[in-house]
Write a protein that binds this ligand. Structure first.
Ligand code: GLV
Ligand code: MG
Length: 346
């Protein structure tokens, strides 16, 4: 096991010091763009003002014969714009693919200083993170990159879920994790053909009761995994994200999946279609009434201790902490969104 003292040392001579904390940034939606399509790249300068993170996708959904074009397109789009406070991420090809080594070397070599995060698909255990960590350090050193490029793991294999705690604590370079329900469903042999969301047949049924019709209710296929991922991330100071929702025609179901993730502790979700941006923005920005109530709690307990009653509800040190999570997030959202800033009363 690596000694604690060595944990925060750079892994290559000349690589930047690893970060002690994940940078505080608003990441309500990670918006996927296919960078091999020139028409899509041309829209990136506008997109930067609409989303919190722009991600150039190199992995699944990019056709085999477009893999090189996607990488080149990502480098071009990274060079072409100033991203300001909007995150710039890429989803690399899988570590066992023939493209990933060039993804790493060409992207870090060309735009390493602009890149915030690499999303690594199909992470199965610490060995995957250690490989990326070492390679990124070598490339940062070679190309004089000034700040460490962070790693975001997609949790999308049964083995990855089994090892989620170790993955979360594998390196100071870890930014967070996203649930990848499509690959995870395949890896687990789930009998579905969907990209995230529920399934009408995943139900619990009430007991028989004479002639009365039996009640049934659909359950959440992803609750267990999401909760494990949130705990692993929170315990290690990382951020958890719901991944893709593939049915673009069902905005309500997308909103419901995103909201469950938000309530459970996630910071954001992927948006694969422009229509999902507004959904993510709304869901992952705290509700105005909730923020106003949380502000009341903080105001009533200035030092965060004791017990008070507000609107008939008991508040104490623990609800003060919950309120602080909401108000801190609201303040952060407000810094990017003037309309919400005034609704929140900042
Ligand atoms: C995402 O990559 C997924 O497999 O759901
Ligand atoms: Mg996947």
């Amino acid at each position: 096991m690596k000694l604690p003292r060595a944990f925060y040392r750079p892994l290559a001579i000349g690589a930047p010091e690893p970060l002690r904390e994940v940078p505080v940034r608003l990441e309500r939606m990670i918006h996927f763009v296919p960078p091999h399509i020139e028409k899509v790249r041309a829209k990136v300068p506008e997109l930067i003002h609409e989303v919190d993170v722009v991600l150039g996708n190199l992995e699944d959904a990019i056709p085999l014969d477009q893999k090189e074009a996607a990488r080149k397109g990502f480098i071009a789009m990274a060079k072409a714009s100033d991203f300001g406070s909007t995150g710039l991420w890429t989803r690399l090809n899988a570590l066992n693919s023939p493209w990933v080594l060039d993804d790493f070397t060409e992207i870090v070599g060309e735009v390493g200083d602009k890149l915030d995060v690499v999303m690594v698909p199909k992470v199965e255990g610490v060995w995957d993170i250690h490989y990326c960590d070492q390679l990124l350090a070598q490339l940062e050193a070679r190309y004089g990159v000034k700040k460490p490029i962070m790693i975001h793991a997609i949790l999308e294999t049964a083995e990855g879920v089994k090892n989620v705690d170790e993955i979360a604590s594998a390196s100071p370079r870890m930014h967070g994790m996203s649930l990848g329900p499509a690959d995870l469903a395949a890896s687990r042999a789930m009998k579905t053909t969907r990209v995230g969301g529920g399934h009408p047949d995943y139900q619990v049924l009430s007991d028989p009761d004479g002639d009365r019709p039996r009640q049934s209710a659909q359950q959440d296929l992803w609750h267990y995994t999401l909760a494990r991922m949130v705990d692993a991330c929170a315990a290690n100071g990382l951020k958890a994200f719901y991944g893709p929702f593939g049915d673009f025609s069902d905005a309500l179901a997308c909103e419901s999946q995103f909201r469950n993730a938000f309530l459970l502790g996630c910071a954001g979700a992927w948006t694969l279609h422009p229509s999902q941006i507004a959904i993510a923005k709304q869901v992952f920005s705290p509700d105005v009434a909730e923020v106003l109530f949380a502000k009341k709690i903080l105001a009533a307990m200035p030092d965060g201790t004791g017990a008070v009653m507000i609107d008939g509800k008991m508040q104490d040190d623990a609800t003060w902490k919950q309120a602080k999570v909401i108000v801190d997030l609201a303040r952060h959202v407000a810094s990017r969104d003037p309309a919400l800033a005034s609704a929140y009363g900042f």
